[in-house]
Design a protein around this ligand. Structure first.
Ligand SMILES: [Zn+2]
Length: 728
C-alpha cells in the first residue's frame, strides 16, 4: 500500500472480483466457520480504519459537517457509521411517527455527511437506534412499548421522557424495518448498523412477547431469572431465536433495497450466531470500565476473532469512560487511548473511533487519534492479517455462566487469571469458541487451555478428547467438564479419561492458609520441569478452592501435593498439623504425542485475586511443558508485554504492546514508560526466508541473525506499540 496511492487502491478494489483477488487469496483458513464462504464477497474486508459520528438531537444547524469530513480525510478513514434514524431521524423521513430532530428544519445532516464520505471514497453505514420512542408513539401504538414484570409500560431509565420499545415485537419487526428500507433505498448506503437493538432495561412482558412465547413453547413467560431454571433457559433460547429472526428480517430488507448492503448488529444475539451470519462484526468495548486492565480491549478482539476467523472485526473505541457513569466526552490521557487502541490492533481488530455529539467541547483527543490512524494507514499492508500464528489457545466459553460452581468461585475470574498469566508469560495465544471445535480450527494449536471450562456438552468433550488423541496437548483447571452445557453436574468429569482423574464428590473451599509441597520424583530424586525457578523453596501457597479427585493411576507421584489448611490465628497456633500428604494437586500425562496437565484447584482464579508470582511460575512452566515446542516468538528483557504474531499475504508481523506501568493493573495511564532493549526470537513460517525486516514505529531496520529458520534481533525500545514486520 505504501507504493500506491489511496485513490489507486480504491479503484483496484472497486469491483468485487478485483477485491477478492487482492485481499483474499485461496486457502481460506477459516474453513471451519460456517459462513466463511460468504465472507469472500462484498465490501466488508476493504475498510481498515473506521469512524463513527453519533449526532445528538440538537446538532443539526449547530455542528459543522465539513469539519468532520475534513477530519475523516486526515484520518485516512475508509468507512463511516453515521446517525440516520430510530429514536431521532437526522434526515427528512417520510415515515409517520419516525421522529425528526426538532432542529432539522430543511436540512439533511445524514445525507450531507453520507455524500461527503462517499466523495472521499468511504463506505457508509447508517446507524439506527431502536430502543426508545416518544409519547406520540406510545399513544398511537401502546403495544410497541416494552412492559415490565408488573405490567406497566417501561419508562426509559436514563431519560423519563422516553419509553423503552419492545425489541421483539412489531416496533422492530415492522416500524424499524420500514425505517431501514427508507434509509437504504433513499441513500444507497452500504448497510445499517443498529445500536441497542436487543431487549433493554429488563425482560418484556408485553402482549406480543406473551403470545409469541406461548406459540413457540406452549408456556407462559417465565418470571424466574435463574439461568438454571429450565423455563428461564427456554426463554433465553427463544429470545436468541427471535433476535436472530429479526437480524435476518432486517438484513433481507436492506439487501432488497441494495444488493451489496447488509444489516450489521451492534452485538450479536450470541457469538456463535455472529460466526454463522455476520460478514463483519464490531467489538464494542470503547474504553475501560472503572479500572479494568488495558488488555481488556485485546481480549475482546480475540473473542470476536474466535468466531469470525478471517472476517473483519472492528474495534470500537471512544475517548470517554464507559459504565457505570458514561462520561462520553474526552476523558482519557493520550497514552491510555494509544494503549487501548494498540491492544485492539495487536489482537486483530481494526480501529473504529466513535464520537458522540457533532459539536465538540473537549478537543484534546483529535490529534491523538489522528496520529494513531496515520501510523495505521502508513503500515496498512502489515496490518491486513491473514491468520494468527499463535500455537496456544484458550477455550472461550459463553455457556460457562450456566455452571453451578461453589459460592465465591467466580467463573470469569479463572479466565481473567489465565489470560493475565499468558500475557505475563509473553505467550502469543488465541481464543477458540466452544461452538467451533472442529479439527480445522483446533489442530493449528499445539496446546488448548481450559480455564475452569466447567460447562461442556458431551459433543464438546468428545471434540476435545479427539484433539488430544490427534496429538494436541491440554491444560485444564478446576471444575473443567464437571458440568454439562446446561449447568447440570455430572457424576464425573466429562474428560475424566483425558485428565486421568475422577471426581471424588467434593469441592473444598474457601481454604484459609493452605500450601502446596514441591515434591521431587521419588525414583530419580529430581524435580519436574513444572517447578523450574522454585528451587529455593520446599513449598508455595495453595489456591482457595480445590476439587477433590481420585487419580486413575495410583502410582503417579505428583510434583505438587496438598498441605491442608491450618489455623492462621492465633499466631501461637500457626503450624501445619499435617506437614505432608500424598494428595496430588497436579496431574501430568505424557501421551504418544500430546501432553495433558490438570490442576484440580483454582490456580488461575487465585492468580487473578492475589497475583502470586509462584503461581505465575507454575503456570508458565505448565504452558511450556505442555506446548512441547518453543513459542513462535520469544521475548527477553524487562517489562510486561503483550505479544501477538500474525501472517499477512507476503509478510509476518510480531506486535509488542508495552503494558509496563505502575498503574498497569488499573486502566488509567499517566505516561508511557518505554521498555527495552528487548531480545526477540522469531520462528519464521516453514520454508520461509526473511527478505527484509523493519520496526514500524521506530522506522528502523534492526540488525539480525538468522539460523535454522529462527531470526534473532534486538528491539531497542518500545514506548507503547512496536511491530516487527518481516517481508517473506
Ligand atoms: Zn415485548
Amino acid at each position: 500500500m505504501d507504493e500506491i496511492s489511496r485513490r489507486d487502491f480504491l479503484q483496484m478494489t472497486a469491483g468485487a472480483g478485483a477485491f477478492a483477488t487482492l485481499a483474499r487469496p485461496a486457502g481460506d483458513v477459516v474453513s471451519a466457520q460456517p459462513a466463511a464462504g460468504a465472507a469472500a464477497d462484498g465490501w466488508f474486508d476493504r475498510p481498515m480504519r473506521w469512524v463513527q459520528l453519533t449526532l445528538v438531537e440538537n446538532d443539526p444547524g449547530r455542528f459543522d459537517p465539513q469539519f468532520w469530513l475534513d477530519y475523516f480525510r486526515r484520518l485516512h478513514a475508509d468507512a463511516a457509521t453515521l446517525s440516520a434514524g430510530g429514536i431521532v431521524a437526522y434526515y427528512p423521513t417520510a415515515i409517520p411517527l419516525h421522529h425528526r430532530s426538532q432542529w432539522l428544519g430543511e436540512s439533511d445532516p445524514f445525507g450531507t455527511l453520507a455524500a461527503g464520505c462517499r466523495a472521499l471514497g468511504m463506505n457508509v453505514l447508517a446507524r439506527t437506534d431502536p430502543h426508545a420512542a416518544r409519547e406520540d408513539v406510545r399513544a398511537a401504538h401502546p403495544d410497541w412499548i416494552a412492559v415490565t414484570r408488573d405490567g406497566e409500560p417501561r419508562r426509559h431509565w436514563a431519560n423519563p421522557d422516553l419509553w423503552v420499545t419492545c425489541a421483539l415485537g412489531p416496533y422492530n419487526f415492522e416500524f424499524m424495518d420500514q425505517v431501514h428500507r427508507e434509509i437504504v433505498s433513499r441513500y444507497g448506503v452500504d448497510g445499517v448498523f443498529a445500536n441497542r437493538w436487543s431487549p433493554q432495561g429488563g425482560d418484556c412482558y408485553c402482549v406480543h412477547c406473551q403470545q409469541n412465547f406461548k406459540a413457540a413453547t406452549g408456556h407462559e413467560l417465565p418470571r424466574s431469572t435463574d439461568r438454571r431454571d429450565p423455563a428461564r433457559r427456554q426463554f433465553l433460547e427463544w429470545r436468541k431465536a427471535r433476535l436472530t429472526e429479526l437480524w435476518k428480517r432486517w438484513d433481507a430488507t436492506v439487501r432488497a433495497a441494495r444488493a451489496e448492503a447488509r444489516f450489521i448488529p451492534n452485538g450479536p444475539p450470541d457469538m456463535k450466531t455472529a460466526g454463522e451470519l455476520a460478514p463483519i462484526q464490531f467489538a464494542d468495548n470503547q474504553a475501560r470500565r472503572g479500572v479494568t486492565p488495558p488488555w481488556a480491549n485485546g481480549r475482546r478482539a480475540k473473542e470476536y476473532r474466535s468466531v469470525m476467523g478471517r472476517r473483519p472485526v472492528g474495534g470500537i473505541f471512544s475517548v470517554g469512560l464507559e459504565e457505570p457513569y458514561r462520561w462520553k466526552d474526552s476523558v482519557q490521557s493520550e497514552p491510555e487511548i494509544r494503549l487501548w487502541v494498540a491492544e485492539g490492533t495487536a489482537n486483530g481488530a481494526r480501529p473504529w473511533v466513535t464520537k458522540f455529539s457533532g459539536v465538540l467541547y473537549d478537543r484534546r483527543w483529535l490529534p491523538v487519534v489522528e496520529r494513531i490512524y496515520d501510523w495505521h494507514h502508513r503500515h496498512e499492508r502489515y496490518l491486513r492479517n491473514e491468520e494468527s500464528l499463535a500455537r496456544v489457545a484458550v477455550l472461550y466459553s459463553e455457556q460457562m455462566a450456566a455452571a453451578s460452581t461453589p459460592a465465591g468461585d467466580r467463573a470469569e475470574d479463572h479466565v481473567l487469571g489465565m489470560y493475565h498469566a499468558l500475557v505475563e508469560a509473553r505467550v502469543p495465544f488465541d481464543l477458540v469458541h466452544e461452538a467451533f471445535l472442529a479439527p480445522e480450527r483446533l489442530d493449528r494449536f499445539s496446546l488448548l487451555i481450559l480455564a475452569d471450562a466447567a460447562a461442556l456438552s458431551d459433543v464438546q468433550c468428545a471434540a476435545i478428547r479427539d484433539y488430544v488423541n490427534r496429538g494436541g496437548s491440554l491444560l485444564a483447571t478446576f471444575a473443567s467438564s464437571l458440568y454439562d452445557e446446561t449447568g447440570g453436574r455430572r457424576p464425573d468429569f466429562g474428560l475424566a479419561d483425558v485428565f486421568g482423574v475422577s471426581f471424588a464428590g467434593r469441592i473444598d473451599g474457601p481454604m484459609q492458609n493452605s500450601y502446596l509441597s514441591l515434591d521431587a520424583d521419588p525414583v530419580t530424586g529430581k524435580r519436574h520441569a513444572l517447578l523450574d525457578g522454585l528451587d529455593d523453596t520446599p513449598r508455595i501457597i495453595n489456591g482457595v478452592y480445590r476439587v477433590d479427585v481420585r487419580p486413575h493411576d495410583t502410582t503417579f507421584a505428583s510434583p505438587l501435593t496438598l498441605i491442608p489448611t491450618y489455623p492462621d490465628l492465633p499466631m501461637e497456633d500457626v503450624y501445619p498439623r499435617v506437614p505432608h500428604t500424598t494428595t496430588g494437586e497436579v496431574f501430568l500425562r505424557q501421551l504418544t504425542r500430546g501432553r495433558v496437565i490438570f490442576f484440580p484447584w483454582d490456580i488461575d482464579r487465585t492468580f487473578w485475586e492475589v497475583m502470586s508470582v509462584d503461581h505465575l511460575k507454575v503456570l508458565r512452566n505448565a504452558i511450556a511443558w505442555a506446548s512441547r515446542d518453543p513459542q513462535p516468538v520469544e521475548v527477553e528483557g524487562p517489562g510486561v508485554i503483550d505479544v501477538t504474531v500474525w501472517r499477512q499475504r507476503d509478510s509476518m508481523t510480531v506486535h509488542l504492546v508495552n503494558l509496563t506501568n505502575p498503574m498497569m493493573m488499573k486502566g488509567p495511564l499517566r505516561e508511557a514508560i518505554p521498555v527495552g532493549p528487548l531480545r526477540v526470537r522469531v520462528r519464521l513460517p516453514q520454508g520461509a526466508r526473511a527478505r527484509g525486516v523493519q520496526l514500524l514505529t521506530a522506522g528502523t531496520a534492526p540488525g539480525l541473525t538468522e539460523a535454522n529458520g529462527v531470526m534473532t534481533l534486538t528491539v531497542p525500545s518500545v514506548e507503547i506499540h512496536e511491530v516487527i514486520a518481516v517481508d517473506l
